[in-house]
Design a protein around this ligand. Sequence first.
Ligand SMILES: Cc1cc2nc3c(=O)[nH]c(=O)nc-3n(C[C@H](O)[C@H](O)[C@H](O)COP(=O)(O)OP(=O)(O)OC[C@H]3O[C@@H](n4cnc5c(N)ncnc54)[C@H](O)[C@@H]3O)c2cc1C
Length: 391
Amino acid sequence: MRPPRLDLAFSLTTTQESFRDELRAWLGANVPREREPDDEVGRFAFRRAWQARLHAAGWAGISWPVSYGGRGAGPIEQFLYYEELAWSGAPEIADTPGLLIMGPTLMVHGTDEQKARYLPRILGAEEIWCQGFSEPGAGSDLLALRCAARVDGERLIVDGEKLWTTLGPVADQNAVLLRTAAPVDGKRHTGLTMAIVPHEQPGVRVIPLRQITGEHEFAQIFFEGAVAPETIGAVGDGWSVALTILDAERADQGFTDHARLLSMLHEVRELTERAAGDGVLPQDAVAEIRHRTDALAGRCQLLAELNLGRALATERGERMGSWGSFLKLYWSELWQAVAELGLDVAGQRGHADRDWAREYLLSKAATIYSGSNEVQRGILATRILGLPRER
Ligand SMILES: Cc1cc2nc3c(=O)[nH]c(=O)nc-3n(C[C@H](O)[C@H](O)[C@H](O)COP(=O)(O)OP(=O)(O)OC[C@H]3O[C@@H](n4cnc5c(N)ncnc54)[C@H](O)[C@@H]3O)c2cc1C
């Protein structure tokens, strides 16, 4: 049974309503009925096929302008889009970094040739992108990066190492932030360049890293005289490209998540009631789980309201600013709490449709990636509360 939809005190325009109805009908007819494969190679292929199907029907790149092959949907339609995907039980797409981060970045900083070449392939997951920023010793302090390149005619030659690169093991193209010149006047954000490094070449060595879930979603990548035939933006202008990427990364995740988390809570409710009916759970445990579920559903409702507020503000042309940091804190901690509850209930119940142990372990990473939550708290403290910077 599908979860009940959110009741947000908000009326849709006729256009928004027909957008939602068309999407709902399409998802009803097209969401795969079979479960995702359990093995990671099979799961990635499944998600890739799903993204290609969305694209073929015009439902990928929902916020992308029509001229770039997207749907040109406004912020409210995007909000509805993610809700409908979650309610329909649709699989995830294969290349979230490509679609939500790299595509939009190429639209801002790419040349016409780059847009024409890369954007269509990102939409249909024909080409997979990853984001090579972090290194050993340069994560939160990204500007400490050491991976470097020298200019060789029209191309760059890259030497160094990147770490924790999501989709690194399957990626075709890597957007790598590199040092190409010494910082000017000690300003570390100068002398950086964003290069496109194709993985299919002898100078790139990708070592898949085994995560706590047992999967290998990210990688350590060594560049040994690797060739970067082109850059995104000019040589030396890498930091402004990196900021576009970081903004897109932070902005999009929470926006896609309240409905997904509510669907998960709905599954928890069903599990609890079944366990209560079978007498597997004692009455006091059932009462405690119901209480935790209701409290978390309230927090999901608040996340939905925040996301809707953000969509309305974007429609009015307001910039996100530090909102992204606040939303990132809120959704990541909420996901962890929902996953923990699910694991508690499924563990006691013994079986469930979802792999709650995997969900629990996956959620642990959410407070680290896209800028750790401690770093987001620092941003809020200085930019919103006006507290002095830590030395
Ligand atoms: C699942 C996953 C996927 C990832 N995908 C990518 C990817 O695709 N591309 C990529 O480039 N990177 C990726 N990362 C790396 C991620 O961006 C970094 O892990 C993150 O920025 C933290 O950096 P670090 O691991 O070096 O930890 P550190 O920066 O060394 O931090 C260690 C601890 O110190 C805290 N800390 C650091 N600085 C401060 C501060 N100023 N104030 C308060 N506390 C602080 C941190 O919060 C953390 O608890 C991924 C990470 C994970 C877990």
